[in-house]
Design a protein around this ligand. Sequence first.
Ligand code: HEM
Length: 239
Amino acid sequence: MAREAISLRPGPGPDGRLPDPRTREGMPDLYAYAHLLADEKRRRPGDDVMSILLAQVDDDGGRVDIAEFENMFWLFAVAGNETLRNGLPGACIALLEHPRAQGELRADPAAMPGAVDEMLRWWTPVMTFRRTATADCELGGQQIRAGDKVVVSFTSANRDEAVFGNAGRLDIRRHPNPHLVFGHGPHYCLGAHIARAQMRALFAEVLARTSALAYAGEPSFLRSNFQRGVKRLRVAWTA
Ligand code: HEM
């Protein structure tokens, strides 16, 4: 399947540029792989997540069709990639900026689950999301009309002084910690558990193998109003 899909990967055009990766034409290999995977899992289902997803039938007999599955596959690839890629260095910056918290966490590894949530709140890898209002409503004293585009700022919500005392400070024992890093409601992040698991595993290992972490140069950041991204982060450590 992978070989068949990869043979469709586009090369640069006469202008030397690749097609826009945000379009379907930009990544025919990814869509082809999703298509082949869905076909295979429908024909020979196993006990894996993709088979289970494709086998679901809703109350009206509806099932995920292949085109929907292809789009979802794209979503998994993007949502599970860019977010954590920025969450991991962002959480590392949280520890570099707060050496005392770093020390506390080394002394008490059991605090890791709460610390990961707090590092995520402090960094907030996904800064905004946009929604379209389906009905007129009032929110925070603002009139919103059906059809209006509304941007929610997770960054702002996660530093809301009415909710978080000393919101700018990393407090690995913060409790409760009702942050909105993974969104809220029916579209709550599908990968929140695996994201947390990966972050706990990585930082448990890094802290166990080192006695100190510090900056080894200025980090450089992604220019974006969507992902709070890190392009380069040099770290010095003491074994
Ligand atoms: C630190 C890492 C991550 C952060 C900060 C993050 C954040 C978010 C946010 C803010 C949303 C949108 C919620 C909304 O629309 O209201 C979302 C949705 C989603 N995330 Fe994540 N995410 C992370 C990791 C992952 C991973 C690892 C996966 C998959 C392996 C994943 C899969 C998804 C999917 C599929 C959705 C769409 C859910 C839906 O629309 O119903 N995410 N995530």
